[in-house]
Design a protein around this ligand. Structure first.
Ligand code: FAD
Ligand code: NAI
Length: 474
């Protein structure tokens, strides 16, 4: 007889594993099937999806090590610390990253046990209906479920005709697993992965050139932040070319040759030892057998959902990278909790206006809400408060005073509309802005809250004061 569950989740990434855990916490019998290729030593699938295996977590582990390396070589001496010239042992750096990944992915198996979620080993695809139940093939067996949550995530988009061997031509997987520092590294796509991976490998000694199709650098960020970031990253040694048109790419065992046209129409050629292709991601819907059950997909192959992640099929939901919206782990987890709570008859909700965005470069970049250019385009009257970290004692003490905090608030109501940070620990600082915006806070609310001294968060406080033209320390 087929196994039967209240809820079957397809995919064990941040969207899937969180949906399964929350559903189980709410009293549903829940199962999660996973078929990823990152099998653990026992041959079982590893949970955590892209995020834990080949995304957020391994990239941040490498960013941390490479940051320490850069500090040792470029900042220690100015503070009186003499350690000589630091060298990098790439296999050790990679080994530590792998240990962190294993610790976290096996931790999720522990969470499944604790919450009584059944882990099914295998690829999930729709078969049809049996009465009121959905029938899904998982590996060789068929499973029945009252409700199904699709959380199959995404995979790297590749360039047509350019084979990815993960050695010379890499996507995120190869980029995170290099065994040595390339002398010359080419990156196509100056998005989040291009900048984070470019930073890692530049810090440990690679000459990095980034080729970006769009004329504007970091078009989604506030233009002030993007301008500052381009200046700082260029100073660090990232060679970034925007507005290029990629031509023929030739690969050999020795490396790669990329023909491209510059912004001004000049034909150029870039020779490199390795290439990272980071030009966005595509949803994993091809193996779902969507046609068999009439599951509606968008033109771009995503599962079509409404604001509550409900698909066109009753009892079938979809969350995370496989649906519209930013491809971010915290967005996937938020949608997962919302869906489980809606299934339980609760008022699940996901506020898409307060999802924070973070780029973990140095300095970090983080924002929430509208950019200044969006407010202008929408004709919304706003006021702005901008405070450089140079005016912040803690940032100076840390030897990391680059960047600024910029707050945008409604000219009429003072409600905070957007906060944009480039600077040390921006990833942590942005939470204060997210909380304030979730509560519908005004810049005056933050201005009247006592912030510990000396902290980087005082720059957020000062930016709020600056919205009312009364900063105290700038
Ligand atoms: P995924 O994590 O992709 O998980 C989907 C899972 O489903 C996979 O394990 C897959 O094997 C499995 N699956 C697919 N099809 C089936 C099937 N038919 N049957 C069974 N299993 C299936 N986001 C952030 O918020 N912060 C970051 O710092 C960050 N850094 C990143 C760095 C990199 C290099 C990359 C590539 C991504 C990063 N992301 C980051 C994005 C983040 O990883 C994704 O947004 C997140 O993993 C999406 O979660 P998900 O559950 O929707 O999908
Ligand atoms: P991205 O969408 O961030 O950037 C892709 C870049 O490639 C864009 O700037 C685009 O204009 C450019 N591009 C596309 N086609 C091109 C071409 N043919 N030639 C040259 N440039 C081209 O995508 P990326 O960096 O691949 O990352 C994928 C997703 O993973 C991100 O959108 C993000 O959602 C997630 N991610 C999040 C991170 C974070 O939150 N810190 C870190 C890394 C990834």
């Amino acid at each position: 007889m087929s196994k039967q569950f209240d809820v079957l989740v397809i995919g064990g990434g941040p969207g899937g594993y969180v949906a399964a855990i929350r559903a189980a916490q709410l009293g549903f019998s829940a199962a999660c099937c996973e078929s990823n290729p990152y099998a653990d030593p026992k041959g079982e699938p590893r949970l955590g999806g892209t995020c834990l295996n080949v995304g957020c977590i391994p990239s941040k582990a490498l960013l941390h090590t490479s940051h320490l390396f850069e500090e040792a070589n470029h900042s220690f001496e100015a503070q009186g610390i003499k350690v000589g010239k630091a060298t990098i042992d790439v296999p050790v750096m990679k080994g530590r990253k792998d240990t962190v990944v294993t610790q976290l992915t096996s931790g999720i198996k522990g969470l499944f046990k604790k919450n009584k979620v059944t882990l099914l080993n295998g690829h999930g695809s729709f078969v049809g209906k049996e009465g009121d139940l959905w029938k899904v093939k998982v590996g060789a067996e068929e499973v029945l479920a009252k409700q199904v949550i699709i959380a199959t995530g995404s995979k790297a988009r590749h360039l047509p005709g350019v084979a990815v061997d993960q050695k010379i031509v890499m996507d995120n997987e190869g980029a995170l697993n290099q065994e040595s520092v390339p002398k010359k590294l080419a990156i196509i796509g100056a998005g989040v992965i291009g900048l984070e991976m470019g930073s890692v490998w530049r810090r440990v000694g690679a000459e990095v050139t980034v080729l970006e199709a769009l004329p504007d650098f970091l078009g989604a960020a506030d233009q002030d932040v993007a301008k500052e970031a381009l200046k700082l990253f260029t100073k660090q040694g990232l060679d970034i070319h925007c507005g290029v048109k990629i031509g023929e790419i030739k690969t050999s065992k020795k490396g790669v040759s990329i023909a491209y046209e510059t912004k001004d129409g000049k034909a150029e050629k870039l020779e490199a030892d390795r290439l990272i292709v980071s030009i966005g991601r595509v949803p994993n819907t091809d193996g779902l057998n969507a046609e068999a059950v009439g599951l509606k997909l968008t033109e771009r192959g995503m599962v079509e959902v409404d604001g509550h992640c409900q698909t066109n099929l009753p009892g079938v939901w979809a969350v995370g990278d496989v649906v519209r919206g930013p491809m971010l782990a915290h967005k996937a987890m938020e949608e997962a909790v919302m869906v489980a709570e809606l299934m339980a008859g609760q008022a699940g909700h996901c506020n898409f206006d307060t999802i924070p965005f973070v780029i973990y470069t140095s300095p970090e970049i983080a924002w929430v809400g509208k950019t200044e250019q969006q407010l202008k385009a929408e004709g919304i009257a706003y006021k702005a408060g901008k405070i450089p970290f140079l005016a912040n004692g803690r940032a100076l003490g840390m030897g990391d005073p680059s960047g600024f905090v910029k707050m945008l608030a409604c000219a009429q109501t003072d409600r905070i509309l957007g906060v944009h940070i480039i600077g040390a620990n921006a990833s942590e600082l942005i939470s204060e802005a997210v909380v304030a915006m979730e509560f519908g806070g005004a810049s005056e609310d933050l201005a009247r809250i006592c912030h510990a001294h000396p902290t980087l968060s005082e720059a957020v406080h000062e930016a709020a004061l600056a919205c009312d033209k009364r900063p105290l320390h700038f």
